[in-house]
Design a protein around this ligand. Structure first.
Ligand SMILES: Cc1cc2nc3c(=O)[nH]c(=O)nc-3n(C[C@H](O)[C@H](O)[C@H](O)COP(=O)(O)O)c2cc1C
Length: 342
């Protein structure tokens, strides 16, 4: 089975092709955001179940601009390093690798209830503050992040990745999809800046480029970076496929080690969070398009918890790794089960 063959992300060997997709497990954090025993036990069960690479949920590289995330695990200081090391050691004992998902933050999609009265969240430009109740309320706006704030935030990725390496993580994943702050920088609909961070599609990638350069400088050029992004937002004014494939080639030039291919955003949440009505492997066709323009390893995601669908995506050369989210929530032994059947 291709699913069970080892694969590489940069020089990092993964024992099979199964990645656990990032899924917020904040309810398992300790009250100070630390990763304690409950949190470790959750991931350890998936490592024991055979997963090759586990991705944590979003971890914050800085909380300076989103102070309402204080109390969650973050990499703005060494505070949580010891707990990362314990998690890495636990996963490594099963031959499973650890990927830490680094986020720039929410930007315009921060849940309104957590934002204090009178505070405007930041975004790449002044945008509507997304709310599931009123998605485009003209009275609920973000403020544009300043050039200095954006530069400092991009640099925070370097310090955070350095801490991941010190914490014995094996790689990082940049949270560039689904219309979060990093994606807001990358997208013309939300980025209407005229400084070095916007103005053309090339300049809209400046924030990502600076973050990647900072990671390479601080964590080492050999520390693998997986970039998670959407090829198409399926939203009027959002990124479309042609630009998504162009972004692919730019990311490759920036030196990322693997591409995690997604789609959609908050307004079109049925893409990044496909319901049971979406077909199995609903975004494999996008991964296949990325494979046609890039030589990097490609991770595909979305309702891939059907072993035959997952195996076929790999065997047909449409992706190099498959990521599973909810399937691993419900079945920690997902990898071991097809192994016994093969
Ligand atoms: C509860 C939950 C939390 C999630 N949190 C994150 C997250 O922190 N970062 C991220 O990139 N994706 C997150 N996702 C999206 C998943 O990584 C994945 O893309 C999605 O669940 C589709 O894959 P699946 O069909 O295998 O579940 C989350 C999904 C769920 C269900």
């Amino acid at each position: 089975m291709k699913l069970l063959e080892p694969g590489y992300i940069g020089k990092l060997k993964i024992k099979n092709r199964v990645v656990m997709a990032a899924m917020g497990a904040h309810g398992l954090h300790e009250s100070d955001g630390d990763w304690g025993e409950r949190y470790r036990a959750y991931y350890e069960a998936r490592a024991a179940g055979g997963v090759g690479l586990i991705t944590t949920e979003t971890t914050f590289v800085s909380q300076a601009l989103e102070p309402f995330t204080k109390g969650l695990f973050n990499l703005a200081s060494d505070k949580h390093l010891a707990s990362m090391r314990l998690l890495a050691e636990a996963l490594h004992s099963y031959g499973c690798k650890l990927s830490i998902q680094l986020t720039a933050g929410f930007g315009r999609v921060v849940p309104p209830p957590v934002v204090p009265e009178g505070v405007k969240p930041v975004s790449a430009s002044e945008n509507t503050h997304y709310s599931p109740v009123i998605p485009n309320d003209p009275n609920a706006l973000t403020r544009a992040i300043t050039t200095e704030e954006a530069a400092a935030l991009a640099q925070s990725f370097g310090y955070a990745a350095m801490r991941c390496r010190e914490g014995r993580a094996d790689c990082v994943e940049l949270h560039g999809h689904e219309g979060y702050l990093l994606d807001q920088f990358m997208t013309g609909l939300w980025n209407r800046r005229d400084d070095r961070y916007g103005g053309s599609r090339e300049k809209r990638l400046t924030f990502a480029r600076e973050a990647i350069e900072a990671i390479k400088r601080d964590a080492g050029a050999d520390f693998p970076i997986i970039y998670r992004y959407g090829i198409n937002h399926y939203l009027e004014g959002g990124r479309e496929e042609e630009e998504g494939l162009w972004v692919t080639q730019e990311l490759e030039k920036m030196g990322v080690a693997a591409l995690h291919v997604d789609a959609g955003c908050y307004e079109t949440h049925w893409w990044p969070h496909p319901p049971q009505y979406s077909p199995p492997g609903c975004m494999v066709f996008l991964a296949e398009k990325v494979k046609q323009v890039s030589s990097l390893p490609v991770i595909t995601v979305g309702r891939l918890h059907y072993p035959d669908t997952a195996e076929k995506a790999l065997a047909d050369g449409k992706a190099d790794f498959i990521a599973i989210g909810r399937g691993l929530l419900s079945e920690p032994e997902w990898v071991n089960k097809p192994r016994y059947c093969s």
